[in-house]
Design a protein around this ligand. Structure first.
Ligand SMILES: [Zn+2]
Length: 160
């Protein structure tokens, strides 16, 4: 910094503060851009994986009624929640596709989970994983006429 000829330390500090603020703003803007890019990518990938999983594992049921654009993607959450894609099946019943957590499968095949989410009239939510289309019918019937579970059905993180 030989080019700067500063008369007083006040001047130096003022310039230093301005430089530091400028640098911080530039780094924050770059971080924000990266975060938005990551979130867009996660949304897109969740939707693509959801369509793919339904097309492969639920080809006789869900794949026949769910339009590709029925899915809406959401990025991962700060609490470690993986990216998800959500489709509304009607009647307040939602199908959630949860992207597999990286490293969750030692064989490197990362199938996500399909979850049926519905609520009772008391406001209690139930989430149930739909492993294949054979069990879809009974699970859907429960979702359409929920028995009041009186509890939040999703297992906590330490139970998974
Ligand atoms: Zn209830």
């Amino acid at each position: 910094m030989t080019s700067m000829n500063l008369d007083t330390s006040d001047e130096l500090l003022a310039i230093l503060l301005a430089l530091a603020a400028e640098h911080q703003a530039a780094v924050d803007a770059a971080d924000e851009r990266l975060r938005q890019e990551r979130e867009d990518r996660e949304r897109r990938e969740a939707v693509v994986s959801a369509r793919d999983t339904v097309g492969r594992q639920f080809r006789n049921t869900l794949a026949k009624v769910l339009a590709p654009e029925a899915w809406r993607g959401y990025p991962s959450g700060e609490d470690g929640q993986p990216p998800v894609a959500v489709a509304h099946l009607g009647n307040g019943i939602f199908l959630i596709y949860e992207v597999a957590k990286p490293g969750s499968d030692p064989w490197g095949i990362s199938y996500g989970r399909l979850i049926l989410l519905y609520s009772c009239s008391c406001g209690t939510y139930t989430e149930v994983e739909i492993r294949d289309e054979y069990v879809l019918g009974p699970e859907l019937e429960d979702a359409i006429s929920p028995r009041c579970p009186g509890r939040y059905a999703r297992p906590g993180p330490d139970e998974e």
